[in-house]
Write a protein that binds this ligand. Structure first.
Ligand code: BTN
Length: 232
């Protein structure tokens, strides 16, 4: 089972905003780009339904809102964490991935968002190892025991805060908070047909990554998988 799949079914059948599923473990946890999300008992697996009355083009803002909420939740339990945000929505502690965020959405006929499912996984107790990137957990980074319930409460409180900031101040407020903690520097980005190498230049007002190539040209990237070294 996957909490995102369960909430998607509820979304299609007309559930109200706020419907949420929290699982102790998942048997079919989903990551981005069709990857698996290894989901043993002891970590957080939470998905919830939003019905934001916004155009589909703005749905990606919620990825940054969610990443900021994860970041603040992590800092609540590991106050001195060396935390970095990796475009578009990864949260790294000591350069290792501590969380995964998966947004799924569907448009209404008029182009606004019909439903948005936000799925968030936070490594609380375990750091499932993967071939593609290093991982860590709150237990490893903070050297203390935290309950999943505490992490859920903290994450949702911070999510409310950042969602409110988005609605009151717009993406400009989210963008600047995200940029303060962004992992910058040289990077590569895998696109559908090629891989580009360059330097992190900026996050634009739509949430796109601006990449500066060696020849000085700038590319704006809407979706892709970025890496900073061979193992990320
Ligand atoms: C990623 O690849 O980084 C995204 C991983 C998202 C995992 C979470 S866990 C809760 C929710 N349910 C899923 O099946 N996936 C998301």
């Amino acid at each position: 089972m996957s909490t995102n799949e369960d909430v998607k079914i509820a979304a299609v059948s007309g559930e109200d905003e706020g419907f949420a599923v929290l699982a102790a473990r998942q048997t079919a946890g989903k990551g981005r780009q069709g990857k698996q999300w290894i989901s043993p008992e002891g970590n957080m697996y939470l998905s919830f339904l939003l019905r934001p009355n916004c155009p589909m083009v703005d749905v990606g803002f919620y990825a940054f809102v969610t990443a900021l909420a994860v970041c603040d939740a992590v800092l609540e339990f590991v106050p001195n964490a060396d935390i970095q945000l990796k475009w578009p929505n990864d949260v790294l502690v000591d350069g290792k991935k501590i969380s995964g965020i998966l947004l799924e959405s569907s448009p209404a006929p008029n182009g606004v968002v019909e439903w948005l499912v936000i799925g968030a996984g936070i490594n609380v107790k375990h750091s499932p190892s993967t071939a593609s990137y290093p991982t860590t957990s709150l237990a490893e980074a903070g050297k203390q025991v935290v309950s999943v319930q505490q992490v859920v409460e903290s994450f949702l409180r911070h999510f409310d805060y950042w969602r409110q900031a988005l609605s009151e101040k717009g993406f400009v407020a989210i963008r600047s908070a995200w940029l303060e903690k962004a992992k910058k520097g040289p990077l590569g980005v895998h696109l559908a047909d090629k891989t580009l190498f360059g330097e992190f230049e900026d996050l634009d007002e739509n949430g796109k990554l601006i990449l500066k190539l060696a020849d000085g040209s700038k590319h704006s990237i809407a979706a892709g998988d970025i890496f900073f070294n061979e193992r990320q």
